[in-house]
Design a protein around this ligand. Structure first.
Ligand code: HEM
Length: 418
């Protein structure tokens, strides 16, 4: 039903519906972002108000007047029935409760406290050798293939396996299931797009069931023989730290999926952008101290998570406009990160941009990305190691975009390594 409504709205020219449906806008959504920006900080759409403004988005993400949970209590009864009917724990996705992404305090606070201990700066410093080793091992494989001078898909050979193996390692999940994780993760990522067409939502449903099945067996193993890893800790938590089965599935599925489905886009986007700006790539090769800022600029310029939303908790005013409790606001994070009021000449890619870090690519407020430190580490270590090993790497052919709207990245990036 949402897919049909969205298709109709897109056909009528509704800008947000077009951004969520029109495959042509996956490559270049920025013209539509700028049309919206020209109309003001908060623009009506078929899905409610939408913002491209950095200030309005920051306020939405940081203020307690806005939350993430949907309020269905006022929805028409048939719709509520349909939702209850469709609520199946064995196929719950990453954007459905009790995933912390879509849960408000106090539950959100509880879930977040349990996982964030594993992503502190100290934990990330300890993870650095794992990221470096994983990158080097993948680059060794690539080097063997490069001897033949063949064109290699950098996404399949590097951008995907690097974050999958690292998050699997951190979570204590065996990465010999890498291919399964990638398949399940892609399906879970597709469910982030509102109004997914019927056939794709069926495929996502099948993949989510398989992923939950794997997690069920994995949790049973850890209950018998817990290790030192985060998932063992979550599985064996007691008292305040105890999670129900459903909470456990939601939390681990989110960590696993978010752990690679986003970083793969950061790495792919970075390589394509740097290939288009070879002078900047050469400068980074000469002075690797520039990588942390370069990663921020990639996140700003081509934000892997383009869209999120917030629910208005109490009647309020935002950017001078009244918003009713229960209404939903869409945040175009990728557009907020190109707000000319914050970033000068925002469409320009500049790895030395001083305030690149002011982007909202990792969100802000209480839902600020738990894995931001890990993603930054993978970006810096992954791109630095790639550049050192293959200084003459070039994109060879047309990169293919992923068939997604909420996430922005490439499915394939053909390269030669020389
Ligand atoms: C470039 C890579 C990444 C990007 C761009 C990214 C982006 C985001 C964004 C935008 C949100 C918040 C959405 C909102 O406020 O509505 C988020 C939340 C989250 N991210 Fe990331 N992420 C990345 C990597 C990771 C990694 C590696 C992990 C692994 C642990 C991770 C785990 C999470 C979790 C658990 C949340 C939910 C936090 C909460 O709701 O409190 N992310 N991420």
């Amino acid at each position: 039903m949402p897919a049909v409504l969205l298709r109709r709205a897109a056909a009528r020219g509704d800008p947000l519906a077009r951004l969520l449906r029109d495959p042509g806008l996956r490559e270049e959504p920025h013209a539509v972002h700028e049309q919206l920006r020209a109309r003001g900080p908060l623009v009506p759409s078929a899905l409610g108000p939408v913002t491209t403004s950095h200030a309005a988005a920051s306020e939405l993400l940081r203020s307690e007047r806005f939350g993430v949970g949907f309020d269905w209590s006022t929805a028409p009864r048939p719709l509520r029935r349909l939702l209850e009917f469709g609520d199946d724990p064995a196929a719950t996705g990453v954007a459905e409760p009790p995933s912390m992404l879509v849960v408000d305090p106090p539950d959100h606070t509880r879930y977040r406290r349990l996982v964030s201990r594993s992503f502190t700066p100290r934990a990330m410093a300890a993870a650095e050798p794992v990221v470096q080793r994983t990158a080097e091992a993948l680059l060794d494989d690539l080097a063997r293939r490069a001897r033949g001078g063949e064109v290699v898909d950098l996404v399949a050979a590097y951008a995907e396996p690097l974050p999958v193996r690292v998050i699997a390692d951190l979570l204590g999940v065996p990465w010999d299931r890498q291919e399964d994780f990638l398949r399940w993760g892609a399906a879970a990522a597709a469910t982030l797009d509102p109004g997914l067409p019927f056939r794709r939502s069926l495929a996502a449903d099948r993949a989510l069931r398989a992923l939950h099945g794997f997690l069920r067996e994995h949790f049973a193993r850890l209950r018998r023989e817990p290790g030192e890893d985060l998932v063992s800790r979550l599985v064996t938590g007691t008292g305040e730290d105890a999670l129900t089965d459903r909470e456990l599935h939601a939390t681990v599925m989110l960590l696993l999926g978010a752990g690679f489905e986003t970083t793969v886009n950061l790495l792919g986007n970075a390589v394509v952008l740097l290939d288009r700006h070879p002078d900047q790539w050469r400068a980074l090769a000469a002075d690797p101290a520039g990588w942390p800022l370069a990663v921020e600029e990639v996140l700003r310029h081509d934000s892997p998570v383009q869209i999120t939303g917030r629910t208005v908790r109490t009647d309020t005013v935002l950017a001078g406009q009244p918003l009713a409790a229960g209404s939903r606001v869409t945040l175009l994070l990728g557009a907020a990160n190109r707000d000319p009021g914050v970033f000068s000449d925002p469409a320009r890619f500049d790895v030395t941009r001083g305030n690149a870090r002011d982007h909202l690519a990792f969100s802000a407020g209480i839902h600020y990305c738990v894995g931001a430190g890990l993603a930054r580490l993978e970006g810096v270590v992954g791109l630095r190691a790639l550049t050192e090993r293959f200084p003459d790497l070039r994109v060879a052919g047309r990169p293919v975009r992923r068939d997604l709207h909420t996430l922005r990245g490439f499915a394939r990036v053909p390269v030669t390594l020389r």
